[in-house]
Ligand binder design. Structure first.
Ligand code: NDP
Ligand code: 5RP
Length: 468
């Protein structure tokens, strides 16, 4: 039957790059965008790839240009827009046709959409795509969720367009309904944490050590050749080195210090609370973005109390090792959250495969993920921070993390994510903690009961005098 192999709706940053990637990988693609001028411009700029691209100017037109059974990728902003597109598309499609939401969806929405589709005998896939524009164009990391049958139908296309790591495509089926979007959300949570820790170290170098942007760039560039080798450290070097065309000044010196967010990090923090998964590094990173957005409040605070950051005496090597420790701990938290979700939702998430799928193409790709995949395979029940070789690496990098956090906090540099990582590490190696006080308090005010160290049962009480 004639017609394009696959359709795509939403020729924005990600959709246009993904469509070109699909065409370049040898598939015929029909594309539709809400604004027709975007579609015309896309085809005009597609060059040689235009022969594999069929523009469509209505949803009916798009559906009519696809080979049956049809598969249509949605690459539009999360939320109601996705529901709206599905609602408009479905009457035009047959039950065996498939909608693939490739945007950043909240996994609970994906579960709802997958259930609604299944109830009508329709196919629906929710896939997490990471790598930004460049990844989408030349090879993203893809995390799939839905029925295995739906995945099997488009797997050849998704694997063909995905990043490659040592001969294996970074496109993996994660499990039913919302599993792919859940894994993508945790990816983004780790992304937030990784970015925040890099920003905190940048702050110490800039305001504590008084380094120039070029000097900071040089440190990041050097670190990118060591254990911190990663896309985020690589681009941080480039961002720090960039010069603004307009002012001739370092670009960072003209960028407002308020971080945007589209919500994926927040979703991760919220879901972590639902799962009682401790991800305090990710939570600190989300919170730090919220604080960064309060520019006026921060300015008023500085006027009232004076600027906090003071000179810091610390060498760059210590900061590098502090980042290594922070990174191991935040990934460990992310993988433990995935483990909890897997049990909670009955997904059997493939943790080593997730480390591999993140190894190339995505924003958090880093050399460390190779060893993480091996560690998660060799010691499947052990949290990463206790698994070899990470336990040893953590032990040797820990003094640097402590030194960096003490130096930063002691001299007025906010370091919420790095200090959360240190606190997490200290907490998870303290067998006698302080929650005995919380249990005592709870029992005192609410007769909630507590477990005793010297007896069975969990409903013991203190000698409080009750009102009755
Ligand atoms: N940018 C990134 O790095 C990444 C983004 N994502 C996710 O991919 C998805 C797309 O993001 P991105 O490409 O960056 O977004 P863009 O803003 O660049 O593009 C959005 C696209 O959606 C279309 N659109 C917007 N509103 C509507 C609507 N009401 N009805 C129909 N179409 C609409 C736009 O059409 P029009 O041209 O008419 O405005 C445009 O084609 C999001 O879910 C995002 O979270 C995932 C990974 C990375
Ligand atoms: O998914 C992504 C990368 O993996 C997107 O770039 C996403 O937009 C990043 O999140 P935020 O906009 O909240 O910083």
């Amino acid at each position: 039957m004639s017609g394009a192999d696959i359709g795509l709706i939403g020729l924005g940053t990600m959709g246009s790059a993904l469509a070109l990637n699909i065409a370049e990988s040898g598939f015929d693609i029909a594309v539709y965008n809400r604004s027709d001028d975007v579609t015309h411009a896309f085809v005009e700029e597609a060059g040689d790839l235009a022969e594999r691209v069929t523009p469509a100017f209505s949803l009916e037109d798009l559906v009519g240009k696809l080979r049956s059974p049809r598969a249509i990728i949605l690459m539009v902003p999360a939320g109601d827009i996705v529901d709206d597109q599905i609602e408009r598309l479905r009457p035009l499609m047959n039950p065996e046709d498939m909608v693939i939401d490739a945007g950043n969806a909240n996994f609970r929405d994906t579960i709802r959409r997958a259930k609604a589709a299944a109830a009508k005998g329709e196919s629906f896939l929710g896939i997490g795509v990471s790598g930004g524009e460049e990844g989408a164009r030349h090879g993203p990391s893809i995390m799939g969720g839905g029925t295995p049958e739906a995945w099997d139908r488009v797997e050849h296309i998704l694997k063909a367009i995905a990043a490659d790591h040592q001969g294996t495509a970074c496109a993996t089926y994660m499990g039913p309904d919302g599993a792919g979007h859940f894994v993508k959300a945790v990816h983004n949570g780790i992304e937030y944490a990784d970015m925040q820790m890099i920003a905190e170290i940048y702050g110490v170098l800039r305001d504590g050590s008084g380094l120039s942007y070029a000097e900071i760039a040089a440190h990041f560039e050097r670190w990118n050749n060591g254990p911190l080798q990663s896309y985020l450290v690589e681009i941080s070097a480039k961002v720090a080195a960039a010069i603004d065309d307009r002012s001739g000044q370092p670009l960072l010196s003209v960028i407002e210090d308020t971080a945007g967010q589209k919500g994926t990090g927040r979703w991760t923090a919220i879901e972590a609370q639902h799962l009682a998964a401790p991800v305090n590094v990710i939570e600190a990173a989300v919170s730090a973005r919220n604080i960064s957005a309060q520019k006026d409040e921060r300015a008023a605070g500085e006027q009232r109390f004076g600027a906090a950051p003071q000179h810091v005496d610390i060498d760059a090597e210590t900061l590098e090792h502090a980042l290594v420790a922070g990174k191991i701990l935040c990934y460990a938290q992310g993988f433990e959250m995935l483990r909890k979700a897997s049990a909670e939702f009955g997904w059997s998430l493939p943790l080593p495969e997730i480390a591999r799928v993140w190894r190339e193409g995505c924003i958090i790709r880093s050399a460390m993920l190779d060893d993480m995949a091996i560690a998660l395979e060799d010691a499947p029940e052990t949290p990463l921070h206790r698994a070899p070789p990470f336990a040893d690496r953590l032990e040797s990098a820990l003094p640097a993390l402590r030194k960096a956090v003490v130096a930063a906090l002691g001299n007025g540099h906010p370091a919420p994510a790095l200090s959360a990582a240190l606190t997490y590490f200290d907490a998870i190696r303290t067998s006698r903690g302080t929650a005995d006080m919380i249990q005592g308090q709870r029992d005192f005010f609410g007769w909630h009961g507590f477990a005793r160290l010297d007896d069975e049962g969990r409903d013991h009480h203190g000698p409080w005098v009750t009102s009755n």
